[in-house]
Design a protein around this ligand. Structure first.
Ligand code: ABF
Length: 232
């Protein structure tokens, strides 16, 4: 990642940090932008800010522990004030594609448990229509072949076609923190994300998908010397 790109992520992270108040219960996202947020948050915690966070991945949990950000779980703290997370794409009405980092299931559970969700990103994530980034779909490993066929058939009925690939890392299937697999679906433009989200939710082998609709309230998007605010 270039130094400029990292700087944009830090700027977006700082804008989100301004929304954090003493005593807040936070959802803490995953990915390189969310990691910049953890770093700036940790500085404030070291300076006396009192917050507690629910991490959306083991990776984020490890960074929080390393930097001294206090953690809790959704079992102990089922209601959160604010979640701050990155995204792979930010589309109209703050519809998102997430899951490129493989943490979409926990990210969605944590976002849904939060009163507010702020997305932080550099401007490369803004799109007019979702779908340039392959849609991550988390699936149970049982019945993988059948589930993939059902996803294909379901998408085709909505006019969407494209390659579905089981994600790999180091030549082996990528396994999520929840023990599931990820299918990356290169559908291209998704004109009706809600219809696709509903259809995917109805497939038994699909655990969750990376379409985050009606979850984000605000996006801070850094680029061209400014941080733009989208949403409330
Ligand atoms: C998480 O990290 C994911 O949902 C998304 O896939 C990814 C974005 O990563 P980065 O900030 O590194 O671009 O938020």
């Amino acid at each position: 990642m270039s130094a400029d790109m990292r700087e944009l992520k830090i700027e977006a992270a700082r804008a989100a940090l301004d929304q954090v108040e003493d005593g807040m219960r936070l959802g803490i996202g995953t990915g390189s932008t969310a990691e910049e947020f953890v770093r700036v948050l940790a500085e404030r915690v070291a300076g006396g800010l009192t917050v507690i966070g629910v991490p959306t991945s083991e990776r984020t949990a490890a960074l929080c522990l390393e930097l001294g950000v206090p953690l809790t779980t959704l079992d102990e703290t089922p209601e959160l004030d604010l979640t701050i997370d990155g995204a792979d794409e930010i589309g109209p009405q703050l519809g998102l594609i997430k899951g490129g980092g493989g943490a979409l299931l926990r990210e969605k559970i944590v976002a849904a448990a939060s009163r507010r969700m702020i997305v932080i990103a550099d401007k490369s994530k803004l799109v007019e229509t979702l779908g340039r980034f392959p849609l991550p779909i988390e699936v149970n490993s049982f019945g993988l072949g059948a589930t993939v066929r059902t996803i294909e058939r379901t998408a085709r009925a909505l006019g969407l076609e494209g390659a579905l690939k089981v994600r790999e890392r180091d030549g082996r299937p990528f396994v999520t923190d929840g023990g599931h697999l990820i299918v990356d679906a290169s559908f291209g433009r998704i004109p009706d994300p809600r219809a696709l989200a509903n259809a995917l939710n109805a497939i038994p082998g699909v655990v969750e998908h990376g379409l985050f609709l009606d979850l984000a309230d605000t996006a801070f998007v850094a680029g061209d010397g400014e941080v733009r605010t989208f949403g409330a």
